[in-house]
Design a protein around this ligand. Structure first.
Ligand code: CP
Length: 313
């Protein structure tokens, strides 16, 4: 049966342990002089990105290449999408070339599930609308785990534009599944209309929360998804909810400062705060490669490739 990675909700604790164990191995591969293994030789991984990306697309492509898979990159701006080709026709066209995995990012929630119905390849959700970004949550959890040993019993504040954030939704699912306590910190206008079923606490007072957390996870103000002004001004948002230099100075050295990127320096995080030793933002990016190697290997590591490179059995 074809395996997919569409949502953190689909992963059991055993699955998460297995993915982190695989990641540990691929971190070791990354330290080698030639950081490459033939684990997915003959497999083809496609990046099907209908939305912009730097980190997710490049780290999936790097991960695939380090596993010796072939890669195909699809760019909306230079493809037949510009001539009106539908997602379904695009997927079926790529599929006809013989592929094993599709990493899909789309502005509409649910598109990765549709792609999984139209394709026999493994589908990985690289971000769907406001809904989910499971590999970001895996790399965030892995990063916290490397510093704190585990997430169990640790307190994580997710601060900022929760309403529009697929990262927040996947992180809440992963962090709480792994035993963390999560507090969402935002003005009411930047929270989802209902938090029913979210296993979180909510605060509108960042200063009160900072004294008791192990991780401060900042989110970008996603102005491209806002249809109305949700804060009086970015300056006032920063006064209430930005991790300024003064607020960062109050944090203990052990408190991790995280951000999924891209950052709005000077809005949700002060530029100089990103250089503090406990700011692990580039470590998150670095961990994205071995985590995505683990995901690709977990999905494709067993079973025959779509096209056998040896032409044999
Ligand atoms: N964190 C993240 O998804 O970044 P990109 O949009 O650059 O992929």
């Amino acid at each position: 049966m074809t395996r997919h990675l569409l949502s953190i909700d689909d992963l059991s604790l055993d699955d998460l342990d297995e993915l982190f164990r695989l990641t540990d191995g691929f971190v070791e591969v990354g330290r080698r002089r030639i950081p490459k293994v033939p684990a997915l030789k003959g497999r083809t991984v496609v990046s099907l990105f209908y939305e912009d990306s730097t980190r997710t697309r490049l780290s999936f492509e790097t991960a695939a290449k380090r596993l010796t898979a072939d890669t195909m990159t699809f760019s909306v701006s230079t493809s037949s999408v510009k001539k009106g080709e539908s997602v379904r026709d695009t997927v079926e066209t790529i599929e006809a070339m013989g592929i094993d995995a599709i990493v899909v990012r789309h502005a509409s929630a649910g598109v990765p599930w549709q792609v999984a119905q139209w394709s026999s390849a493994s589908v990985i959700n690289g971000g769907d609308g406001w809904h989910g970004h499971p590999t970001q949550a895996l790399l965030d959890s892995y990063t916290i785990r490397t510093h704190l040993g585990s997430l169990e019993g640790h307190h994580i504040a997710i601060v900022g534009d929760i309403k529009h954030s697929r990262v927040a939704r996947s992180d809440v699912a992963a962090f709480t599944k792994l035993g963390a306590r999560v507090t969402l910190v935002a003005p009411g206008t930047l929270l989802p209309p209902s938090l029913e079923g979210w296993p979180v606490e909510v605060s509108h007072d960042l200063d009160a929360v900072l004294d008791e957390v192990d991780v401060v996870y900042l989110l970008r103000m996603q102005q491209e998804r806002m249809t109305e002004a949700l804060v009086p001004s970015l300056e006032e948002y920063t006064v209430g909810y930005g991790l300024t230099r003064d607020r960062a100075a109050r944090l203990g050295d052990h408190v991790l400062i995280m951000h999924p990127g891209p950052m709005n320096r000077g809005v949700e995080i002060a530029a100089e705060v990103t250089d503090l030793p406990n700011a692990v933002i580039l470590e998150q990016v670095a961990n994205g490669v071995p985590v995505r190697m683990a995901v690709l290997f977990w999905l494709l590591g067993v079973g025959p490739p779509a096209v056998d490179p040896e032409g044999g059995e």
